[in-house]
Design a protein around this ligand. Structure first.
Ligand SMILES: [Zn+2]
Length: 216
């Protein structure tokens, strides 16, 4: 299974992909995670990428394609993987196709999580992350027992720079302009499945599983 999970920022891609990766033992390839990791390790590429991310902009095709290409060549990505946060532009989608083709491979499924823009804005602006363990909360939908403190580890909760309203709006606009055309790019191939992302986490997950069954 080689899956691409799509959907605007805040559509719940992160938590859905975490569950899919666990249940199906897929190799998770998340460009956002890879960039953050590289930045934590003070790698120049990671620091450069974070400049784009903090502005709410897309990291350049050049940097992103290179990071993904290297990752796909690792042995754990050979059989099954789940891509999250990549490709973000049609040009990246074309680059991905070329990479996979050169490895005698191709995508099995493209799952597109469809959500309402206003609801997304509310979801994202209220999101808080634990500094210590990375657990995610929401000020209205999943509040911690004590405001600002992680239930699990007692760590301090903070708002990611890219979850601030200005950045979220910028990311949603970019998504409409650059990422949505990818849906059209894949739609002619019979591997694209739309899933209603306005349902509960479990319902969305169930729909994703059903959609994966249809393309196998
Ligand atoms: Zn914590």
């Amino acid at each position: 299974m080689k899956i691409l999970l799509m959907g605007p920022p805040g559509a719940g891609k992160g938590s859905q992909s975490a569950k899919l990766v666990k249940e199906y033992q897929l190799t998770s390839i998340s460009t956002g995670e890879m960039f953050r990791e590289a930045a934590r390790n003070n790698e120049p590429l990671g620091i450069e990428a974070m400049k784009y991310i903090h502005r709410g902009d897309l990291v350049s095709d050049e940097i992103t394609n290179e990071v993904v290409r290297k990752r796909l060549l690792e042995s754990d990505a050979e059989r099954c993987f789940l891509l999250d946060g990549y490709p973000r532009t049609v040009s990246q989608a074309q680059a991905l196709d070329a990479m996979l083709l050169s490895m005698d491979s191709k995508l099995t499924a493209v799952i597109n999580i469809v959500v309402d823009k206003e609801a997304i804005l509310e979801r994202m602006v209220g999101r808080r992350v634990c500094k210590k363990c990375g657990l995610t909360y929401h000020v209205s939908f999943k509040p911690p027992k004590k405001p600002g403190i992680c239930d699990d580890c007692g760590g301090e909760l903070y708002q990611r720079v890219d979850d601030q309203p200005e950045s979220v709006r910028n990311r949603l606009n970019i998504y409409e302009r650059k990422t949505k055309p990818i849906v059209d790019y894949y739609s002619g191939r019979g591997i694209l499945k739309n899933v209603d992302g306005m349902q509960s986490f479990e319902e969305v997950y169930k729909d994703i599983i059903n959609a994966l069954g249809e393309v196998q």
